[in-house]
Design a protein around this ligand. Sequence first.
Ligand SMILES: NC(=O)C1=CN([C@@H]2O[C@H](COP(=O)(O)OP(=O)(O)OC[C@H]3O[C@@H](n4cnc5c(N)ncnc54)[C@H](O)[C@@H]3O)[C@@H](O)[C@H]2O)[C@@H](O)CC1
Ligand SMILES: Nc1ncnc2c1ncn2[C@@H]1O[C@H](COP(=O)(O)OP(=O)(O)OP(=O)(O)O)[C@@H](O)[C@H]1O
Ligand SMILES: [Mg+2]
Length: 320
Amino acid sequence: FPACRLVLERAFSLHKAHSIKVMENTFQLVRNIIPPLTTKKYKGQDGRIGVVGGCQEYTGAPYFAAISALKVGADLSHVFCAKEAAPVIKSYSPELIVHPVLDSPHAVRDVEAWLPRLHALVVGPGLGRDDVLLENVKGILEASKARGIPVVIDADGLWLIAQQPSLIQGYRKAVLTPNYVEFCRLYEAVLRDPMDSRDPDGAVLRLSQALGNLTIIQKGERDVISDGDQVLVCSQEGSRRRCGGQGDLLSGSLGVLVHWALLAGSEKTDGVNPLLVAAFGACALTRQSSSQAFQKYGRSMTTTDMIAEVGAAFRKLFET
Ligand SMILES: NC(=O)C1=CN([C@@H]2O[C@H](COP(=O)(O)OP(=O)(O)OC[C@H]3O[C@@H](n4cnc5c(N)ncnc54)[C@H](O)[C@@H]3O)[C@@H](O)[C@H]2O)[C@@H](O)CC1
Ligand SMILES: Nc1ncnc2c1ncn2[C@@H]1O[C@H](COP(=O)(O)OP(=O)(O)OP(=O)(O)O)[C@@H](O)[C@H]1O
Ligand SMILES: [Mg+2]
């Protein structure tokens, strides 16, 4: 597609009309990575996703992430959580496969046994900050990197990375999804400077570069996405509701899209980094789901209402 060169312009120097054009082109790239639904496939081919998170306090976040992966189109969704969170998460949904292993002394070995069967890991939703769990997650991250498994890092997974950036530095199959506070924490930890709020897009670019060109999504009123080379902005209309869990929907969806994007490769994305395309797709989908749910429920909208909109939002954005 000839118009594609436009996509690669630095978004922070773009005029508004130009940005809209870039958004349209990027939507087409997302459409290109979506695997067709055919009668020839077997269960698992369109995605086996693992979510690493879920502890005594937080059971909603890993559920939101894992169910969102299924609603986007993954075939199987696993949750690796602390023992006491497992029965709770299982009882939310019979569709999830739940492993109560994260606080066990064999956590790394137990999760590692599943890694060959997983296409992507989403690390952090509802993980909490318990030292034992974080230590186990460190081992799981190392094992995932050794196998080249793509990882999305969110929430308390980002807390861990801020303590020890070398854990993920230079691993190009990682996508980080910080909210504003998580971004500032990470920026200060890595660049040893407070974030420059006058140049938010440049800050995302610089943090990505400092981490060795990982893909980073800074979530907010606009979602700013960079791989240290390009900056893309997603300003798809969302909603004014800021209920908890919207970020979990984003990271779970992204797990699937990352797998699809890497499978499709850069021929399908016209030379654009497939992870940028996946990131843009997940942001647009989350925001569209939020917009649709907000139209129905207004102030009472919750993340569960958004999850119910994922299918229709996906069709509207990517299949029409
Ligand atoms: N139902 C659930 O189980 C949920 C659990 N969650 C989990 O809760 C844990 C903590 O996540 P948090 O996101 O609260 O992280 P933090 O514990 O780092 O808290 C960040 C705080 O900053 C505030 N904040 C966010 N954006 C801001 C901005 N632009 N300006 C100023 N303040 C801002 C938030 O209100 C929040 O209190 C994670 O494990 C997360 O996954 C959340 O995902 C929400 C849903
Ligand atoms: N001011 C805003 N206007 C519109 N959309 C927003 C705004 N802030 C965040 N979003 C959208 O909400 C989604 C979640 O972002 P948010 O910053 O709330 O993540 P989070 O704090 O990690 O959420 P969670 O509660 O799941 O942890 C993203 O898709 C983002 O685009
Ligand atoms: Mg979050």
